[in-house]
Design a protein around this ligand. Structure first.
Ligand SMILES: Cc1cc2nc3c(=O)[nH]c(=O)nc-3n(C[C@H](O)[C@H](O)[C@H](O)COP(=O)(O)OP(=O)(O)OC[C@H]3O[C@@H](n4cnc5c(N)ncnc54)[C@H](O)[C@@H]3O)c2cc1C
Length: 318
């Protein structure tokens, strides 16, 4: 079986959930071989093995951390030429999409972005026009480069050898034109990362003010969830922009998405409609978000949310 290269997303030794999702997908269509850039491969190996990686190509020079995306695209192009994989899977994060685009150009290959699933023949499924249409596409030129939306696939363990194999490759000077000069770690607190969380609770204009986001945080914390927000809420300064869900914000696809005081504009839907289960709290029964909802409560969020938090607390105690 041909290899399928999976570009690892990791933070030091910690392997991000999306990498396990990519490995789960890759296993179905070839031998999953991880491409690990930068330090930490030894520490991350066990997790990669747990999700079926057969091999881990390790390029651990500082170039990959110090020079934005170009070195990663060059390295992958080198591995595509050398290993002739059946496909390359990359997370459709903002960085991953850029790496994927550059790789497609370098290898003269077709690319599928924002893929939510793969089927036989490496046919990718994509949700387009704000989710109004689902399309199936297949790459016909070169090596399929597939950027997969985080949270679209449920990661399933399967053991693999995850043998580490060093890659000796020199990044070109041209790929080092843009240097990372510093990093600021975003304050995240105890909550899970928005794009990785299995439950997301989002608040919208219906909250009426920034202070009322405390209600959303309470509900999120009672469920171990991440907090999201509509653009109306972030534009009003009620919650930081990094938590915005939607077309111009983050794309999430959790097991459970709770939309509180959000009307369901097409730009918001674009970022959350592939969530597995959608629950809505809105006082307007005509709000378009109800069209997407698996469960909906028509009611005042200021009454419903505290009751919900109380009920969850009771159930967690028992
Ligand atoms: C180019 C472009 C990009 C955009 N990108 C995004 C994006 O990425 N993400 C995004 O979210 N939006 C985006 N928008 C904005 C989008 O069109 C909507 O304006 C926005 O999503 C509305 O946010 P909302 O649902 O919170 O507010 P509203 O549409 O005002 O809805 C508020 C809802 O709260 C309900 N409500 C009010 N009070 C209560 C209460 N007490 N209890 C219960 N329910 C209550 C109301 O019934 C209403 O349904 C974009 C727009 C454009 C033009």
């Amino acid at each position: 079986m041909a290899e399928i290269l999976v570009l690892a997303e990791h933070s030091g030794e910690s392997v991000k959930k999306v990498t396990c999702e990519l490995l789960t997908l890759a296993r179905a269509y070839g031998e999953p071989a991880v491409v690990w850039t930068g330090a930490g491969a030894e520490g991350g190996r066990a997790r990669l093995a747990e999700f079926g990686a057969t091999k881990v190509y390790v390029a651990d020079g500082g170039d990959y951390d110090d020079y934005v995306v170009a070195p990663k695209a060059e390295l992958l192009a080198h591995l595509v030429a050398e290993k002739s994989p059946a496909a390359v899977l990359i997370a459709a994060t903002s960085e991953g999409r850029e790496v994927a685009g550059r790789l497609a150009v370098k290898t003269g290959s077709g690319i599928l972005t924002d893929v939510t699933g793969l089927s036989e023949g490496l046919i990718g499924e994509q949700s387009i026009f704000g989710g109004a249409i689902t399309v199936q596409s297949r790459v016909r030129a070169g090596t399929p480069i597939v950027a997969v939306r985080p949270n679209a696939v449920t990661p399933e363990p399967a053991s693999g050898a995850a043998e580490l194999e060093p890659v000796s490759f020199s990044v070109s000077d041209a790929a080092k034109n843009t240097r990372v000069t510093g990093r600021v770690v975003a304050e995240r607190g105890e909550r899970p990362d928005l794009t990785e969380a299995s439950i997301v609770v989002s608040g919208g204009r219906g909250l009426g003010s920034g202070e009322h986001f405390a209600l959303i945080e309470q509900l999120a914390d009672s469920l171990g969830a991440a907090v999201g927000a509509s653009r109306a809420a972030t534009d009003a300064g009620w919650y930081p922009h990094q938590f915005q869900v939607g077309q111009t914000g983050k794309t999430v696809s959790p097991q459970l998405y709770l939309a509180v005081g959000i009307s369901g504009a097409i730009q918001h839907r674009a970022g959350m409609q592939t969530s597995k289960t959608i629950m809505v709290i809105n006082k307007d029964p005509e709000a378009p978000i109800f069209e997407l909802a698996d469960f909906g409560v028509v009611g005042d969020l200021f009454k419903v949310v505290p009751q919900l938090v109380e009920e969850i607390a009771k159930r967690s105690e028992s």
